[in-house]
Design a protein around this ligand. Structure first.
Ligand code: CAA
Length: 306
């Protein structure tokens, strides 16, 4: 199905929702939120889907909720607008299939909140997470305070939200906000070339050189190439993780996600109870019988996700 503001596809059991509103750096307005929700509803009806990848572009996962739409909102409209974002994030969190966010560039405000509702996040050196809301006179409205607290703890969450700190990819990885940080000698080389091109352009600009336009174009091209390569590496990693997850029995993955979410969202005791329920129910599945038989018989298991 075609959408105006997102690209939705399912290939070999992996669904992808790619936010596609480039003119506003994928800012989340009502239309894009409605498209995301419609795609998630399609995905829920598609039994072939085993993993979901959420992504944007090399420039931005999403630069936040659409400030232009919100600027003159009444409290009532703000509640409605945020209600849809909250529903999307809760659905991402509660889907039985794992959800991976491939985060290139900015994930600000509502975009950051959306990535935190996913089960896993992959980023790189251009990934930047941030909660700028306090600087706009509001706070994160789609459960970002709560989800950040669950991931980094209350003291760090307060630092990020109240000081509106920018969190570059490496730091986000160190904090546990990213599960994977892509790096490689090939990316290092492209980044070094982009830095060198920028330096050459700045020096030519300072010296008033005649080459300045050519060097500016070269700098833009080098940066675009490095950013594109990094984003491709982020996507490659996200799909590699997706394939790893697809090799595992889907019922066990759904149960693990439900038990961990219960512990994170309610309490350790509620999580323990959910874990016992999920553990017990899995003994009614084909994949439990197959997984254990395969282990005993020293062969590879053939899972059917049933
Ligand atoms: N809402 C609406 N439009 C946005 C936007 C947003 N959140 N973020 C970027 N855009 C638009 C810009 O207005 C601009 O459009 P025009 O060309 O028509 O002016 C276009 O996207 C490109 O943006 P920039 O020219 O600013 O690009 P940049 O590369 O110079 O800067 C940026 C990128 C640092 C992300 C900057 O755009 C920025 O700071 N954006 C705002 C981020 C923000 O405050 N997000 C939080 C929103 S509040 C929220 O999310 C609340 C919630 O939880 C519900």
């Amino acid at each position: 199905m075609e959408f105006e503001n997102i690209i939705y596809k399912v290939e070999d059991g992996i669904a992808t929702i790619q936010l596609n509103r480039p003119k506003a750096l994928n800012a989340l307005n009502s239309e894009i939120n409605r498209d995301i929700m419609a795609a998630l509803q399609l995905l829920q009806q598609d039994a072939s889907v085993r993993v979901l990848v959420m992504t944007g572009s090399e420039k931005a996962f999403a630069a936040g909720a659409d400030v232009k739409e919100m600027a003159n909102a009444t409290p009532r409209y703000a509640k409605e607008f945020c209600g849809l974002a909250i529903d999307i994030n809760n659905l991402l969190e509660s889907l039985p299939v794992p959800v991976i966010a491939a985060v290139g560039g900015y994930a600000f405000g509502g975009g950051c909140e959306m990535t935190l509702a996913c089960d896993f996040r992959v980023g790189g050196s251009r990934t930047t997470l941030s909660f700028p809301e306090v600087g706009l006179g509001i706070i994160p409205g789609a459960n970002g305070c709560a989800r950040a607290t669950a991931i980094v703890g209350p003291a760090k969450a307060k630092q990020l939200v109240m000081l509106t700190e920018m969190i570059p990819g490496r730091q986000a990885y160190d904090l546990g906000l990213l599960n994977w940080y892509v790096e490689s000698p090939a990316l290092d080389e492209l980044n070094a070339a982009a830095r060198a091109a920028k330096k050459a352009y700045k020096e030519a600009q300072k010296a008033g050189s005649a080459d300045v336009d050519t060097l500016k174009a070269a700098q833009k091209a080098a940066e675009a190439e490095a950013a594109r390569a990094e984003y491709d590496a982020i996507l490659d990693k996200a799909y590699a993780v997706a394939r790893q997850l697809m090799a595992k029995p889907g019922c066990a993955l759904a149960s693990a996600k439900a038990a961990i979410n219960k512990a994170a969202n309610e309490s350790v005791n509620a999580g323990k109870n959910q874990e016992t329920i999920e553990f017990t129910l899995l003994f009614d599945t084909h994949d439990q019988k197959e997984g254990m038989a395969a282990m005993i018989e020293k062969r590879d298991a053939v899972f059917t996700n049933s």
